[in-house]
Design a protein around this ligand. Structure first.
Ligand code: AMP
Length: 214
């Protein structure tokens, strides 16, 4: 099963993708994670996109489509792929359809995670992740344990994303509404869209996604 998790920044796509990876042995393909990795490893592409990402704008279609192409052509996932944060434009959506065709695969569902904008701001400004495994924490709903150890891997270092501040978030939200939200209509018309309430507890949202996927 290949699925897209679609939703604004802070909707919980990464958190839910990790649950699907654990439960269904799916492979998470997050273009945001790939781009952050390219930045920290100091590749030319990483250097080029750093400023764009910190501002909260989208990097070019060419770059992210190239990243996804590499993964799809280079690997195999018996449990299927979760596309997290990709596609974000209509051009990327078309390219994903063509890439999946090329490797003889289909898109099974697009899960739209619905969250109101006030909740997004609150979530993002309180978000941190484990520096080792990427487990996501939230100062209010899922704080870092009192012993300072990640519940998933035991590491003791945590980080906040450079673009998780109110100014970048405003740009990221605008990019979502201008460039990404048309994908909701695009996938609805294709018959692939399943909408899920992304506002509840992590487990409740996971249950909603499970029901939506059948
Ligand atoms: P994310 O981790 O998905 O929130 O992505 C972080 C940032 O990476 C975004 O604000 C964009 O600058 C960039 N990015 C990630 N995925 C894409 C994509 N599919 N298209 C364009 N830019 C992206």
């Amino acid at each position: 099963m290949n699925i897209i998790l679609l939703g604004p920044p802070g909707a919980g796509k990464g958190t839910q993708a990790r649950i699907l990876v654990d439960e269904r042995r799916m492979v998470q393909l997050s273009t945001g994670d790939m781009l952050r990795e390219a930045r920290t490893s100091g590749t030319e592409m990483g250097k080029r996109v750093a400023e764009v990402m910190d501002r909260g704008d989208l990097v070019t279609d060419e770059i992210v489509i190239g990243l996804i192409r590499e993964k799809l052509e280079g690997g195999e996932s018996s449990g299927g792929y979760i596309f997290d944060g990709f596609p974000r434009t209509l051009a990327q959506a078309d390219a994903l359809g063509a890439l999946l065709d090329d490797v003889g695969q289909d898109l099974d569902a697009v899960v739209e995670m619905q969250v109101d904008d006030d909740a997004l701001v609150a979530r993002i400004t309180a978000r941190s992740t484990c520096a080792n495994c990427g487990e996501v924490y939230n100062d209010h709903s899922k704080p870092i344990p009192a012993d300072g150890k990640c519940t998933n891997c035991g590491a003791t270092e945590f980080k906040r994303r450079a673009d998780d501040n109110e100014e970048s978030l405003r740009t990221r939200l605008m990019a979502y509404y201008k460039q990404t939200s048309p994908l909701i209509g695009y996938y609805y018309a294709k018959g692939d869209l399943r909408s899920v309430n992304g506002l509840g507890e992590i487990g409740e949202v996971a249950g909603g996604i499970k029901t939506a996927l059948g």
